[in-house]
Design a binder for this molecule. Structure first.
Ligand code: MN
Ligand code: MG
Length: 652
């Protein structure tokens, strides 16, 4: 208000008449700049779910681009950045990297799309390294905008970080002519600096070892932001591919957005990597984080989800400082979603951008063919018909893939040498979803579209460190899936508790155990210790030896379980030792692609303990499940029920 009253009309007139050069701003001039962000697109350009092989309104740059065009049109000045994790993350990414490849002059489809949107700069995400440096270099050649990453260096092998040469451009400073609120135009210099988690050296060791090294994010910012200011950057925009993590540095922090906000002269933080939305209630209560204004330590910041789910933007208010240069006086971070979720319903808020869709049509169609084409072969059928009553190939193939992934991941780390166990559950297993809701893949060729059938949820892999006692309690919780069987009763007894969701029936591979159904469940379905004296897990052993309570194990699982999903005893996130960068689904897909021929046969590491006497224990499964039974199976089909389920009896 004060500014408007004291604005000089004469200076305003001179300014707007200035033709060639930007004019000298009035002492109270104000200007607004919107910085827009996409992040963690993971090759979601088209609004299509390649694993489900069907359209999806909740993903895709084609839809985010519609939001982008609206958000740009609202303001006089804007710049657009991308924060990486572009090249990998869906079958289109795998198709380009593993199947088609890039020849000299080819433009990667992600850039055919992004080149239409006038990006100012791109930052390198950790997943950019997944297909190796050569593929990364060939890919980003196709971008019509520059790439930055401040903390990746050539490995010169001399153990002296001070002489390391950067692998990418560390930052750029771009000149922009912006229009002030009085319609005058002014040249300003915007500096962009990007970062990637130094954990790339662990996550992509096979691609990177001996070639590059990574430095600490905040150290690099402290060194380079003053240089950017000295080189004339009026404002500095940080683009960390890094989430909002600890408020005290541990060194080489993966999630450094909070710490970066304490580095002087950073005016905006366009972050990512966590696939979360900032500002949002997820980040309420963190020290100096304002989720109303979208600021961290007063620095406006945004993180727009993943897969194109949101557009992120920071609105900066600029004013002229005493020395005639522009500086940020206020700012706010925001996001806008492409869908609204009302209960289970997903309501699209935008239409896809036709130009973006057209730009990648050919590669999109080829990727659809690719997901329908064999990438490997399974030597036995995989179905989940009996996953709740006997060790089962639909879980085994997942736990095998997770186990191998984690064993590779921990090589050379402090966890190297600890036994790796692997947990997963039957996701598609009838129940309330109906009698045809089962995984059912015949032996022979297996295609990527089957992966979603084997791993339904877009979880990410986590590793928890547990004691033998902890592993036992985890299995005790799982064993609550069953009703108690009375060996003295010869009438029909129902085996499965319909209140226990199948996705909480974790099988843990790597250990052997029996489940005694004749005693009460130790935990109820809410994870409460219901019968403290009861133990259903018997004969728990590792490598042929009974497990001691103190023995230590790593257990591969998913983010859902590791952070407390299903209320498993001891699983509250506190024992997570590895937050892996990959989804369980990608871990499984890579396993099948790499192996080529996979034997998914279950290893029989768990079974029910024998029950004496003449019990008649029954359960429901797919009406088709009978064909998966061999003559020597302890399971027989007895009929069907009114909901279309087959009825089966199991002998012990
Ligand atoms: Mn990501
Ligand atoms: Mg097994």
């Amino acid at each position: 208000m004060l500014a408007a009253m004291t604005r000089s009309p004469r200076l305003y007139l001179l300014c707007s008449l200035a033709v060639a050069a930007a004019c000298t701003p009035t002492p109270d001039a104000q200007m607004q700049l919107r910085i827009l962000e996409t992040t963690d697109l993971h090759m979601h350009i088209v609004d299509y779910d390649y694993f489900q092989d069907q359209p999806s309104v909740s993903v895709g740059l084609a839809r985010t681009a519609t939001l982008l065009k609206v958000a740009r049109a609202e303001v006089a000045n804007s710049v657009l950045v991308d924060n990486g994790d572009l090249l990998q993350g869906n079958p289109l990414g795998d198709f380009m990297a593993r199947q088609r490849g890039l020849r000299e002059g080819d433009v990667h489809p992600v850039y055919k799309a992004m080149n239409l949107l006038d990006y100012a700069v791109g930052n390198i995400g950790n997943h950019e390294f997944n297909y190796g440096l050569e593929f990364l270099d060939a890919s980003i050649k196709g971008a019509n905008f520059p790439y930055i990453s401040a903390n990746v260096f050539h490995d010169d092998g001399d153990d002296d970080p001070d002489n390391d040469q950067p692998y990418f451009r560390q930052y750029i400073i771009v000149d922009r002519s912006l229009r002030a609120e009085d319609s005058s135009s002014h040249d300003i210099r915007i500096g962009f600096i990007g970062f990637v988690p130094p954990q790339i050296m662990n996550w992509d060791r096979t691609n990177l070892q001996g070639k590059v090294v990574a430095h600490d994010i905040v150290d690099m910012a402290r060194e380079l932001v003053p240089k950017m200011k000295a080189e004339g950057a009026d404002i500095v925009v940080a683009i960390p591919h890094s989430g909002l993590g600890p408020t005290a540095s541990q060194g080489m922090d993966e999630n450094a957005a909070w710490l970066l906000s304490t580095v002087p002269d950073i005016d905006a933080i366009m972050f990512g990597h966590s696939h979360q939305v900032f500002p949002s209630a997820t980040y309420a209560g963190i020290n100096n984080v304002d989720i109303e204004r979208g600021t961290i330590n007063g620095v406006p910041a945004t993180m727009p989800g993943s897969w194109g789910s949101h557009l992120g933007y920071v609105d900066l208010q600029l004013a002229v400082g005493a020395n005639g240069t522009w500086r940020v006086v206020d700012g706010a971070g925001r996001t806008r979603p492409i869908v609204e979720r009302i209960g289970d319903e997903v309501v699209p808020l935008v239409e896809p951008d036709a130009e973006i869709l057209a730009a990648v049509r050919e590669e999109h169609d080829a990727a659809i063919d690719y997901v329908r084409t064999a990438v490997g072969e399974i030597t036995a059928p995989i179905n989940s018909f009996f996953a709740l009553v006997q060790d089962d190939p639909s879980i085994q193939i997942v736990t095998n893939a997770q186990k191998r992934y984690v064993e590779r991941l921990i090589e050379g780390t402090e966890f190297d040498g600890l036994p790796v166990l692997s947990a997963s559950a039957p996701f598609k297993s009838g129940g309330r979803s109906g009698s045809d809701y089962y995984t059912d893949i015949p032996a022979g060729e297996i295609a990527l579209k089957h992966i979603a059938d084997l791993y339904l949820y877009p979880n990410t892999l986590r590793v928890a460190k547990l004691t033998g006692a902890g592993v036992r309690e985890w299995l005790e919780m799982s064993a609550g899936a069953f009703r108690q069987i009375d060996p003295a009763v010869s009438d029909e007894q129902e085996l499965l508790d319909p209140a226990y969701p199948s996705y909480n029936f974790d099988v843990i591979d790597g250990v052997d155990y029996r489940i005694d159904l004749t005693v009460a469940r130790r935990y109820d379905t809410a994870g409460k210790l219901a019968n403290p004296d009861s133990h259903r897990i018997v004969g728990l052993s590792f490598a042929g030896q009974a497990i001691s309570d103190e023995q230590e194990f790593l257990v591969a699982t998913n983010n859902y379980r590791a952070y407390g999903g299903g209320a498993f005893p001891g699983m509250d996130g506190s024992n997570i030792v590895i937050v892996a960068p990959d989804s369980n689904r990608d871990v499984l897909a890579s396993y099948i692609i790499e192996e080529g021929i996979v034997n998914p046969t279950a290893d029989g590491n768990w079974s029910f303990a024998p029950i004496p006497g003449d019990v008649n224990v029954v359960f429901s499964s797919s009406p088709e499940a009978g064909r998966a039974l061999t003559p020597d199976s302890p399971i027989q089909k007895t009929g069907s029920d009114s909901q279309g389920f087959g009825r089966y009896r199991i002998q012990f």
